[in-house]
Design a protein around this ligand. Structure first.
Ligand code: ATP
Ligand code: MG
Length: 582
């Protein structure tokens, strides 16, 4: 069987111009940051990275590199209850696997708690922040809504002295969680809800992984983020579109402060979303906690560690992210497009091997008793430098159950009594007979072989209609092979306010425990991806190389989707023309 054609990669208009690069170039031209370009990737260490983060990582690092700048990794560790050190360590590891390592050591927002506090006092002194004693619910109600007036807090006009003193006591842990907050004093009638006296500090009397019991108050995202950017000298603070409405607050905070560098600018881009996929750490965490998957690194997870175990090459993920480009509107990409990148890369790099997943025994009745021959097989037709290997052939083989049928349906060209087929890199064989068990199931196929056809062609020029793969029974290596289906049956899990877990595919994994591999696969290294001929690409498990995960099948489903879309467009066009004529 031949490899399907490599997918087209010019199917969609890649983001026409990279609008962020244009902004950076404009700043460079204008000398806004004295020629500096400094970005950052700011994950919260409350889970592991997913495929969406790959886009944010690549965007930040690639733009910095392209402009001779730097990119920081900064942990946004401002929620002590949900954050854990092993997540932070895992994030560094996963980024390195993807191909990105920050030049400097990882930074932590918690390193800046002292400076953030001092700046909060500055706001208080300027009459721009106050401690509010109202509870969260009251504050939220008073915020009003779009077209609805906000209500000013009765605590809004406290003196700077009183505010400083209360904030100090909040910090010392004198008050209960949720009993007080520090708010910026901006505008309770603003059309932008984020400017209606947003909360800057909340009380959480919880120990923090890095700062221990030093703090009983923690900054909100809006207070921590822009100020951390400013401390690090970030020039372009890239984030996803949902932060668009936070930008005026981002700017407001920075405008009130004495900064060590020029003020950074926030620029938003579209999230990466994929069909049949959930990219929310909270929801992924739930899958893990509920035991719906084996862990954050389950090969069905869209986490970087899941994709890694699944066998996704990091280069293919990078190529995919680059291909979809940067846009200012959200959209969801077909997961088949990502898979086509995986397939293209693996087609180039993966060694071809033979493996039988659901074995059926074949006995070659005219094979010399006990004889074993070594046959040459090509390692990768796409890469001549990969050379060949030797595969043992003997009188008893395994083939796929599907490759033999006693009563073949029409157009079935594989093995059936009286039919001759080619064994990959081997001989022509003809099925003579089949042995069945009491239930009528075929348990063994008796075949003859033609010694003249070694290597797969007949000297008399006769043709066969199919080639099947096989493994010598005496030499086979036993393995377990996991086949995967979509984790979510719905293309848009969670759309229209539904719970994404409603469309969780309860049959997303099929475990085949009786697979037979050609002997060279005994030496596969953990994580190595090979092509099982005719079946797909499979990754040896990272911990147990006798377990394989199907990375992706061989069929280019993306090409089919494109063809279908083209046909639909054509039909629509024709219908329109018919209508115009009539
Ligand atoms: P959650 O998944 O829990 O909603 P999050 O994805 O926002 O959280 P963070 O750790 O805060 O998690 O994300 C770090 C950075 O990655 C942020 O700048 C965020 O904008 C970006 N990011 C997160 N998800 C995506 C995505 N799907 N596509 C592109 N960038 C993303
Ligand atoms: Mg976030």
């Amino acid at each position: 069987m031949t490899e399907p054609p490599a997918p087209e990669t010019t199917d969609e208009p890649a983001a026409s111009s990279n609008f962020i690069q244009d902004r950076i170039q404009a700043d460079l031209d204008a000398g806004t940051y004295g020629g500096r370009v400094h970005t950052r990737f700011p994950p919260e260490p409350n889970g592991y990275l997913h495929i969406g983060h790959a886009k944010a990582i690549a965007t930040n690092f690639e733009l910095a590199a392209r402009n001779g700048g730097r990119c920081n990794l900064r942990f946004d560790d401002t929620n002590p209850e949900t954050e854990e050190q092993h997540f932070a360590d895992g994030i560094v590891e996963d980024m390195a696997w993807l191909g990105y390592v920050a030049e400097d050591d990882p930074k932590y927002a918690s390193d800046y708690f002292g400076q953030l506090y001092a700046w909060a006092e500055d706001l208080i002194d300027q009459g721009l922040a106050y401690v509010d004693d109202q509870d969260a619910e009251t504050i939220s109600q008073q915020r009003g809504g779009y077209g609805q007036p906000g209500v000013e807090s009765p605590n809004r006009d406290r003196s700077p002295e009183e505010n400083r003193e209360l904030l100090r006591r909040m910090r010392e842990g004198e008050f209960d969680d949720g009993s007080r907050v520090l708010r910026a004093k901006i505008d309770m009638q603003s059309d932008n809800m984020h400017l209606r006296d947003p909360v800057l500090y909340r009380i959480r009397r919880a120990p923090h992984v890095r700062t221990g019991d030093d703090w009983a108050i923690y900054p909100t995202y809006d207070w921590a983020h822009g100020q951390s950017d400013a401390i690090e000298g970030i020039t372009h603070s890239l984030c996803t579109l949902e932060f668009d409405s936070h930008r005026p607050l981002y700017d407001w905070c920075l405008q009130q402060l004495e900064l060590p560098f020029e003020r950074p600018e926030q620029i938003e881009f579209a999230r990466l979303e994929l069909t049949h996929t959930v990219t929310s750490k909270r929801k992924l965490r739930k899958l893990v906690e509920d035991g719906d998957v084996d862990g954050w690194d389950d090969p069905r997870m869209p986490t970087l560690r899941g994709l890694r175990r699944r066998g996704y090459p990091p280069a293919a993920i990078r190529a995919f992210v680059d291909h979809i480009g940067l846009a200012r509107t959200n959209s969801t990409h077909d997961i088949e497009l990502l898979e086509s990148f995986i397939r293209t890369e693996l087609n180039r790099t993966a060694l071809r091997r033979m493996a039988v997943l659901r074995p059926l025994k074949v006995t070659i009745t005219n094979w010399p008793d006990g004889e074993v021959v070594l046959l040459d097989a090509v390692n990768n037709p796409e890469d001549p430098s990969a050379g060949t290997r030797q595969v043992p052939f003997s009188g008893q083989l395994w083939i796929e159950q599907d490759d033999f049928k006693l009563d073949p349906p029409p157009k079935y060209f594989r093995l059936t009594p009286g039919r001759e087929v080619r064994l990959r890199a081997g001989f022509f064989i003809t099925a003579q007979n089949a042995v069945t068990d009491d239930d009528g199931r075929v348990v063994e196929v008796l075949c003859t072989y033609d010694p003249e056809t070694v290597g797969g062609s007949a000297p008399d020029g006769r043709k066969v209609k199919s080639t099947i793969h096989w493994v010598s029974a005496a030499h086979a290596v036993d393995a377990t092979v996991n086949l995967y289906d979509r984790l979510f049956t719905d293309a848009h899990p969670g759309a229209d306010g539904r719970d994404p877990l409603d469309s969780l595919n309860r049959h997303s994994r099929e475990v085949l425990t009786d697979a037979k591999l050609e002997p060279s696969l005994a030496e596969v290294s953990p994580g190595q991806v090979v092509q099982f001929e005719r079946l797909g690409y499979f990754a040896a498990d990272l911990d147990d190389p006798r377990v394989f995960h199907r990375t992706v099948g061989l069929r280019d489903e993306w090409a089919n989707i494109q063809k279908r879309n083209q046909n639909q467009a054509k039909q629509k066009q024709q219908a329109k023309q018919r209508k115009q004529r009539s």
